[in-house]
Design a protein. Structure first.
Length: 359
C-alpha cells in the first residue's frame, strides 16, 4: 500500500490557465484545432460572486469552460463575460509587464508543431524556430485575441492521439521585485527548484515587444511535485519569473477587471485548503476570497480561493471534490476519498476521451 503524505497540505502543481476571450466559441474551436484542447470538463454560465474583490465589488456573470488535452499537460479555463463587454488592455502587452504574459505549451516534436501552427494561423506564429538560453528549441505564437504562447518540447506524456500539441507546460509571469516574488512562488507555493537564473538580453525574445531589453529571467520547477489526483495527466510544470531591468512593467489588468481580455489567472491544484491558507497568510499572502466550501460548476464540485502575488497577479487555489468522468453515464469521481499522493486510475482518466469534441 502506498504511504500517504503526512503534509497537512500540498500543492500538486499547476492545474490550469484562465483565459478571458472576446468570442468564446471561436476561441474554443481554435484551441481544439491548434492546441488539441478538445476534452471539456465543464461548460456553464453562472454569476461569479467569488470574484467581487477583483471586479470592483460588482458581481459579474460569465461563461466558463474547462478544456484539456488528454495527451498531457494542464488545462485552459476559457472565460467570457456575459454581463459586460470585455475590454483589451489599452496598450500592447510585452515581455516584462506584470502578470501572466506568456503561456508555455508542450509538444513531442517542436518542428512538427511549428509546421502545424504556421499552416493554421500563418504569420501569427514565428517564422523561425529559435533557442532558449538553456539550449532548447522554441517558438512563439498568438491566438485570436493576441495572447502570447510559447512552445517547448517535453518528455512526460499521458497518451498519444496523434495531435502535435500537448496542454499547458507552464507560464511566464512579469514581476517588479524578483526576490519578493520568489518568497511566494518558491517558498510559499513550492516551486523551489531553480533551473535557470540570468540577467541579460535573450536571443529568443528579440522578435517580441521589449524583447531586446535586459531582464532577469528565473525558471522554476517543484523539487517535490505532488503525484496525486491529475498529476500523471498534467505532468511536470514550470513557472518563469521575469523582471525588467530597463523599465518598470505595467500590470496587465491595469484599469480593467477579471474577465476582461487576457490571461486572467493561474490555477493550482491543491489538497488541504485550510492548512494552505494558514501557511500562506503567515507569509503575508492571505486569501483574498474563499468559497469556504465546495461549489458547483455543472457536476464538478470544487473549493476555490484566490491570492494576489506581490504585483497583483491573480492566483487561484483549487481543491477538487468531485469531477465527472463521463457525465451522461453517471460516472463521477470523489477525489476527497483518495490520499494526497494517490493518483487517479489511468483507465478512469482515459475514459475522458469519450468526451472529445472533433471539428
Amino acid at each position: 500500500m502506498k504511504e500517504e503524505s503526512t503534509d497537512a497540505h500540498r500543492i500538486q502543481g499547476m492545474q490550469h490557465i484562465g483565459i478571458a476571450t472576446k468570442d468564446m466559441d471561436r476561441s474554443l474551436k481554435l484551441y481544439r484545432q491548434l492546441f488539441g484542447m478538445d476534452v471539456p470538463f465543464f461548460d456553464s454560465i453562472q454569476d461569479a460572486p467569488l470574484m467581487d474583490s477583483h471586479t470592483r465589488g460588482e458581481t459579474i456573470t460569465k461563461r466558463a469552460s474547462m478544456v484539456l488535452n488528454l495527451q498531457g499537460g494542464c488545462a485552459f479555463e476559457v472565460l467570457h463575460a456575459d454581463s459586460f463587454e470585455p475590454e483589451a488592455a489599452k496598450w500592447e502587452i510585452g515581455i516584462g509587464d506584470l502578470g501572466v504574459t506568456t503561456v508555455q505549451m508542450k509538444t513531442r516534436n517542436l518542428k512538427r508543431m511549428h509546421a502545424h501552427a504556421r499552416s493554421l494561423i500563418g504569420d501569427d506564429c514565428d517564422a523561425q524556430i529559435s533557442l532558449t538560453p538553456w539550449g532548447d528549441e522554441t517558438f512563439y505564437l498568438k491566438d485570436c485575441d493576441g495572447n502570447l504562447f510559447q512552445y517547448l518540447e517535453a518528455t512526460d506524456w499521458f497518451e498519444d492521439n496523434g495531435h502535435p500539441s500537448g496542454g499547458v507546460l507552464g507560464c511566464s509571469i512579469g514581476v517588479s521585485d524578483m526576490d519578493k516574488s520568489l518568497s511566494l512562488y518558491s517558498d510559499g507555493l513550492g516551486f523551489d527548484q531553480v533551473l535557470f537564473d540570468e540577467k541579460t538580453t535573450f536571443s529568443d525574445w528579440q522578435q517580441l515587444l521589449h524583447g531586446n531589453q535586459s531582464f532577469r529571467r528565473v525558471r522554476l520547477a517543484q523539487s517535490n511535485p505532488g503525484a496525486g489526483g491529475f498529476g500523471k495527466l498534467t505532468g511536470k510544470t514550470y513557472i518563469e519569473l521575469i523582471e525588467a531591468n530597463d523599465r518598470r512593467g505595467r500590470f496587465i489588468f491595469q484599469d480593467r477587471i477579471w474577465c476582461d481580455l487576457g490571461f486572467a489567472h493561474l490555477g493550482f491544484d491543491v489538497r488541504g485548503m485550510e492548512s494552505l491558507g494558514s501557511a500562506l497568510e503567515s507569509k503575508g499572502f492571505p486569501f483574498r476570497c474563499d468559497t469556504a466550501d465546495a461549489i458547483g460548476m455543472g457536476e464538478t464540485k470544487v473549493h476555490c480561493t484566490y491570492i494576489d502575488d506581490p504585483d497583483e497577479c491573480w492566483l487561484e487555489m483549487i481543491e477538487v471534490h468531485k469531477v465527472p468522468i463521463i457525465e451522461k453515464w453517471g460516472l463521477f469521481l470523489d477525489v476527497q476519498k483518495r490520499g494526497q499522493d494517490e493518483p487517479l486510475p489511468r483507465w478512469m482518466l482515459k475514459f475522458l476521451r469519450f468526451s472529445r469534441i472533433k471539428d
